[in-house]
Design a protein around this ligand. Structure first.
Ligand SMILES: [Zn+2]
Length: 130
């Protein structure tokens, strides 16, 4: 397996952290927006509650999105873990580095665009590269 360059690793780290922030932003919006006034007025749910705490709270609300969000955040943590070990951003199939543009739109893409195309057939068409 190729060794990832430090620059690439840093850019991917930024990418994942930005995605994580976006994800958390959505979770917070859903949590504080929909369950709304009640929770906020209770004042016992600080905005800076830890990641897991917020997920637990989300689950307690019984909101339909809780499961989806938890899965997304779990995948995100796994991706960050793999990146720290230098294993993120490589194609599962051929071991090549996955294009950063592709990871930008699909941070959890398991394989490079050519393997993806081979797997699924040319659904994107030959002119489109992600
Ligand atoms: Zn590949």
């Amino acid at each position: 397996m190729t060794r990832m360059s430090r620059e690439r690793q840093e850019r991917l780290m930024e990418l994942l952290l930005a995605e994580k922030r976006r994800l958390w932003g959505e979770v917070r919006r859903e949590l504080f927006g929909q369950v709304g006034g009640e929770l906020q007025s209770q004042n016992d749910l600080p905005q800076d509650v830890g990641d897991r705490g917020l997920i637990d709270t989300l689950e307690d609300t019984g909101m339909a999105v809780a499961d989806i969000r938890r899965q997304e955040l779990t995948r995100m943590d796994e991706a960050l873990g793999r990146l720290k070990e230098g294993r993120y951003g490589f194609c599962d199939e051929c071991g090549a580095e996955i294009d950063e543009g592709r990871l930008r739109v699909a941070p959890y893409a398991p394989c490079c665009i050519s393997c993806q195309t081979r797997r699924e057939g040319p659904s994107y068409g030959p002119g489109v590269t992600l």
